[in-house]
Design a protein around this ligand. Structure first.
Ligand SMILES: [Zn+2]
Length: 365
């Protein structure tokens, strides 16, 4: 997301504020400060707005606590939390991966609302202890309600809301298919978004339209990504690898290498190298051809310019495309070498080939 400011980190999780959040800070400070000024004429000077700012910051603390709830449960399951970001519509904990089981997914989803409910109970209790009618009691009472609202709103059963993740976990548990869970919860999220947009138009509430649009868009994205992931999980590297592509033998001559490289001039910078048994032993940089005079090429074998250690990782031919796409994205690679269990090289897998497969299979579905 653009316009994020890093505030620091909590439990090792980098923590950001989106620029849009400052709009909320200003709005809450201003409107609530004004409210307090009318309600409590005894508050003098900037007192009401100072309390308004305090409320806004505690509101922010409440959203943060909610996101930390999700994050800490995810971390317990060994999932890395990349960041927590607070923005216009609330907070977002960005997780490296999903839970491995429906029960795990349910625990992560419910942890946020559970924290909000606890805060609501705690603040309500503190509110009861405070002298009735004072400005502090008013602030505590408001924060209690905000936390209750945070829990209830987030439990609406549609993605990207927590309730959507609970629904997804339930469908996953019942059907044994996580993608089906995501698809159903995402469709529910689109309905929720649609209802919010319609109600916003009917009641002329820009806020409802904005939130509805945000939910609708994100639910649509979740649906698409579940569909793609489900497709990817059906295939393995063996299905898209191009056999023998950009591969040269250890004892082949540099002349043969240069000949094979001609069609890829300017597009490809290296070839994979295999020994007589077909095992991957390293790679050659086409640039290194220039270190040997052209006259010598027919006599010099590829192993003279071999780079024995592969700089990029390799994958097994029976590995799921879902894992491979994640690896390609993480390592920012366009191609990856595919080997059999025996270590024999199958060939090179291109990201573009996966894209073509997806276009083909989703169009056919
Ligand atoms: Zn949540």
């Amino acid at each position: 997301m653009n316009g994020n400011f890093r505030l620091g980190s909590l439990f090792g999780i980098p923590f950001y504020l989106n620029a849009s959040w400052f709009l909320v800070l200003l709005l809450v400070t201003w409107t609530y400060g004004n409210g307090l000024a009318t309600q409590f004429p005894d508050l003098i000077g900037i007192g009401p707005w100072f309390l308004g700012l305090g409320t806004a910051i505690l509101l922010f603390g409440s959203v943060l606590a909610h996101e930390l709830g999700h994050s800490l449960v995810a971390m317990q399951q060994g999932i890395e939390v990349k960041s927590i970001t607070l923005f216009l519509f609330g907070g977002l904990a960005s997780l490296e991966e999903e839970s491995k089981t429906p029960i795990g997914a349910f625990a992560v989803a419910i942890a946020g609302p559970a924290v909000s409910i606890l805060l609501w109970a705690l603040l309500s209790y503190i509110g009861m202890m405070l002298p009735v009618g004072g400005p502090i009691a008013a602030v505590v009472g408001l924060l209690a309600i905000i936390n209750l609202y945070l829990a209830l709103f987030n439990m609406i059963p549609g993605l990207p809301l927590d309730g959507g993740n609970v629904l997804k976990a339930a469908v996953w548990k019942v059907t044994g298919n996580r993608y089906r869970g995501t698809r159903i919860a995402a469709r529910a999220g689109q309905v929720v978004g649609g209802v919010a947009i319609s109600s916003g138009i009917l009641t002329i509430s820009i806020w409802n339209v904005l939130i509805g649009w945000f939910l609708f868009q994100n639910a649509g994205r979740a649906f698409q990504s579940a569909k793609i992931q489900e497709e990817l999980s059906r295939y393995t590297a063996a299905d898209v690898v191009t056999e023998g592509y950009l591969v040269i033998g250890l004892n082949d001559s540099l002349r043969q290498l240069a000949n094979q490289a001609i069609p890829y001039q300017g597009k490809v910078s290296s070839f994979l190298v295999v020994d007589e048994q077909g095992h991957l032993v390293g790679s050659v940089n086409l640039e290194d051809l220039n270190t040997v005079s052209t006259m010598q090429w027919p006599k010099v074998p590829v192993k003279e310019i071999l780079q024995p250690t592969l700089s990029s990782p390799v994958v097994q031919s029976n590995q799921s495309l879902l894992d491979i796409v994640a690896l390609l994205d993480k390592e920012k690679l366009q191609t990856i070498a595919v080997v059999k269990e025996s270590g024999v090289l199958v060939g090179l897998l291109e990201k573009a080939a996966i894209r073509r497969l997806l276009q083909h299979s989703i169009a056919a579905a």
